[in-house]
Design a protein around this ligand. Sequence first.
Ligand code: SF4
Length: 326
Amino acid sequence: KFKKGRVVHTMGWPLGRNAGGGSFIYHFENNQVLVGFVVHLNYENPYLYPYAEFQRFKHHPMVAELLEGAKRVAYGARAISEGGWQSMPQLSFAGGVLLGCSAGMVNVPRIKGNHNAMISGIEAAEAAAAALKAGREGDRLETYDAAVRGGAIARDLKKVRNVKPIWSRLGLWPSLVLGGFDMWVANLTGRNPLGTWKHGKTDAQATGKAGDFEPIDYPRPDGKLSFDRLTNVAFSFTNHEESQPSHLKLKDPSVPIDVNLPDYAEPAQRYCPAGVYEVIEEGGKPRFQINFQNCVHCKTCDIKDPSQNIVWTTPQGGDGPNYPNM
Ligand code: SF4
């Protein structure tokens, strides 16, 4: 069934109206297929479980037929910065720069960011080489910032800048029509007729109260196409030395149980793709547990926690996931 170079992208299913998103299936090499599912983190229903949506996706007849008889060899997760042109921060700071996806250079409708990542690397290297030649060190590479904002990356991202905000605000179909029109005119004329849309709320603010939504009943994994979260985490080959302090910090340790649990059914239990966060019963009371050893460094908790109470910090010694072929 493997067809080297085949690319399949899908939109929507099985998310329905619960969230924006879609999938990618890349027939890679060595008889390996990369299957991924993207869920926009501005979803409202705190019961949504992105990991379980992905497992459901694999049971679509088209995907199930492809994966039947296949063997799982790796698992991972990552937050994609989809803010685009209007969300790019200052790109240089004393002694460093932000490149590619770390600065949000992904082109959302093209579902592609590596072209801009490579160009940003080239621009940064040229700016650094010029600075070294001039005897500078440890200062800001302003010329890198300027090169990105005035060059090929800007031309690529400006044209598509309204697609994601329209999708977030009005849904999939209006974004296909309106966003498509805006992109089409921008391609022809170099100007976006819809100006620049703002994204509106942050992903954390978009999270609704549990009382306003129904829990979602997800099917149990079958162990062939779909798997439980913790077995999959083993395939990320993540490792954090147990004795180190947790790299996942809570600004206020009481918030998960006192605020997030009653208001949002503590969504960290579901949005984390590695099962790091658990609410367990202890002495008849709920307790928030952080299994930091499982973390695959996707950064979703830092972004999506409705109380903005979780801070992801760098763990010691380069610990983390070890993706062999992703
Ligand atoms: S703890 Fe946070 S960064 Fe780590 S896997 Fe879970 S959501 Fe991602």
